[in-house]
Design a protein around this ligand. Structure first.
Ligand code: NDP
Length: 246
């Protein structure tokens, strides 16, 4: 199998989509590097993976810090000797109306959702180029295409991730054999809404909570599909909506 004995770094592995992806890949013989800021959650996940016969390494990191990513890469190479890919998944969605000027939250979204992805790519690219292959998966969103109330900055960050992914693919896939995929989920039931502080948005959230959303495992399955294709196949985008979402 293509993924046997491969090594993937997963950012935002402490919950939601990142956690489900780590479990899915580990179950399929990938050595996973679990990274996020909440160490306790990562250690619990590592225990679960190892109990099921998988391999996992925990390296805490804040994706906004380049030096943290350097630590992730050096510890990964120390432990597993190589890196075959990264799932740039860490992200935040503190939705707010622009008029409420939650500028600190705008900045955090730009730092985590965009710069976090750039930092992840920069950290592992020398290894992938040396290996003449690998896979970069960036978690964008259907928000890259569709604005929704309170989502102006979030949607902009996800559109940036989508377009960056296409640039990466064009520069890396033909020349270096590094495939690139942008995953664009609709609503998934995770902790993502917990960072919202804008009261006007919170009052409207009940509508979203009534809908049957996607599960994190649905996205993990899509990621698995993208990275298990033959090397000649680059899955550029996977756009996935819950059946009930408009
Ligand atoms: P969660 O809130 O469950 O997970 C977010 C993850 O990001 C956590 O593991 C968190 O870990 C990590 N994270 C946040 N900030 C940082 C940081 N500065 N450094 C390192 N890690 C960080 O949400 P989801 O699983 O839903 O989100 C995963 C991705 O999916 C995000 O990029 C999100 O935008 C995207 N997405 C989600 C959708 C949804 O409806 N849920 C829809 C479309 C896209 P920790 O706090 O431990 O650092």
């Amino acid at each position: 199998m293509k993924l046997d004995n491969s090594v993937f770094i997963i950012t935002g592995a402490s919950s939601g989509i990142g956690k489900a992806t780590a479990l899915k890949l580990a179950k399929n013989n990938v050595s996973v590097v679990l990274t996020a800021r909440r160490e306790e959650k990562l250690e619990k996940l590592k225990d679960e993976i190892e109990r099921n016969g998988g391999k996992a390494l925990v390296v805490t990191a804040d994706v906004t810090k380049k030096e943290d990513f350097e630590k992730v890469v050096s510890k990964t190479l120390e432990e597993y000797k190589t890196i075959n890919g990264i799932i740039n998944n860490a992200g935040l969605m503190p939705l707010s109306y622009i008029k409420n000027l939650k500028t600190d939250e705008w900045e955090t979204m730009v730092d985590v959702n965009i710069k976090g992805v750039l930092n992840g790519v920069a950290a592992i690219l020398p290894t992938l180029i040396k290996n003449k292959g690998g896979h970069i998966v960036n978690i964008s969103s259907t928000a890259a295409y569709k604005y929704f109330p309170g989502g102006a900055v979030y949607c902009a960050t996800k559109a940036a991730v989508k377009m960056f992914s296409e640039g990466l693919r064009q520069e890396l896939a033909p020349k270096y054999g590094i495939n690139v995929t942008s995953i664009e989920p609709g609503a998934v039931s995770t902790e993502l809404l917990d960072t919202i502080t804008d009261k006007e948005i919170l009052e409207k959230m009940s509508v979203m909570k009534e809908m049957t959303t996607l599960e994190s495992e649905d996205i993990a399955d899509a990621i698995y599909y993208a990275i298990t294709q033959p090397e000649r196949v680059n899955i550029n985008d996977v756009y996935i909506m819950p059946s009930e979402q408009q």
